[in-house]
Design a protein around this ligand. Structure first.
Ligand SMILES: [Zn+2]
Length: 278
């Protein structure tokens, strides 16, 4: 027979072991969404919208989101958890709309955005901020502030919509920092995402270096299909393949981008249990 003290200790150990593996306790210890950080994440389906897509394109997108059970997220909503080692939901879709101005705003933009926000969906808006010298309409900033309060992300789309490839370092800094400080000042919180004007510039290490001083996320047309690292580079694809049939939008290929093999394996290991996640 073991001494009573040792037996008690053994019982205690068994109890602790049982208790910590018991589902509710284990869940407290390690929340189901706590994923190991992936070296590279598969890029979420990332859609680029322009005013030309119009209300028709937006309505079509809403129907697709509903039909496919997709979850709208902003770039900030993807990158913040990524930095903490959390993984994005599998059904995430990123929608961004560019070229909103701060001295005047097309009604078309407002109509398109409200189709999304009325459903409780979120998107990222690329605002060309202008500068301290340009006209700034208070009602446009109020409108943008209201959208931010609804979870919409307001991103910088530069200060003057310059082609960044043609600028030197001082010019790049001006585009990056002028729009950054304008957004901080007018919205009361600073932007985390920069949408490249004309979708160009991600191939330049100088452009990325300057932008990364202020922004966590860079959104580009030309980008790898996977993103990784501290500063995320998001690839975006157009909604409409105009050459086929402008009245029949479809999500450009590839829509659901396959993760690379090693990510796919990691994904299998780290995927939250469906019943737990509900
Ligand atoms: Zn633009």
């Amino acid at each position: 027979m073991w001494p009573a003290k040792r037996r008690l200790l053994l019982i205690l150990c068994v109890l602790v072991a049982l208790l910590t593996s018991w589902q509710p306790v284990a869940a407290l210890r390690a929340p189901t969404m706590q994923m190991p950080r992936l070296r590279y994440c598969p890029t979420p389906p990332s859609i680029m919208l322009h005013s030309a897509d119009g209300v028709y394109g937006m309505q079509w997108l809403v129907r697709t989101i509903e039909k496919c059970g997709l979850q709208t997220m902003t770039h900030r909503q993807i990158s913040r958890p990524h930095q903490q080692g959390l993984y994005r939901p599998e059904n995430a879709i990123l929608v961004s709309l560019d070229d909103l101005g701060t001295s005047w705003l097309r009604q078309e933009f407002k109509d398109m955005i409200s189709i999304f926000t009325e459903k409780g969906y979120v998107l990222t808006l690329g605002v060309v901020t202008g500068t301290e010298e340009s006209t700034q309409k208070a009602e446009i900033w109020d409108y943008l502030q209201g959208l931010e309060a609804q979870g919409v992300e307001i991103a910088s789309h530069s200060a003057r919509h310059s082609l960044l490839n043609e600028l030197n370092e001082a010019g790049l800094k001006a585009e990056s920092e002028d729009s950054y400080s304008m957004l901080c000042k007018k919205l009361g919180s600073c932007p985390e995402t920069f949408i490249l004007p004309f979708g160009r510039g991600a191939e330049s290490s100088l452009i990325l270096k300057v932008l990364n001083e202020k922004y966590t996320n860079i959104v580009s047309i030309h980008a790898p299909r996977v993103f990784g690292g501290e500063n995320l580079l998001f690839k975006r694809i157009p909604l409409v393949e105009q050459e086929n049939n402008p009245r029949e939008p479809k999500l450009s290929e590839p829509f659901f981008i396959q993760p690379r093999t090693e990510d796919s394996e990691l994904l299998q290991q780290t995927r939250p249990n469906k019943t737990e996640a509900q």
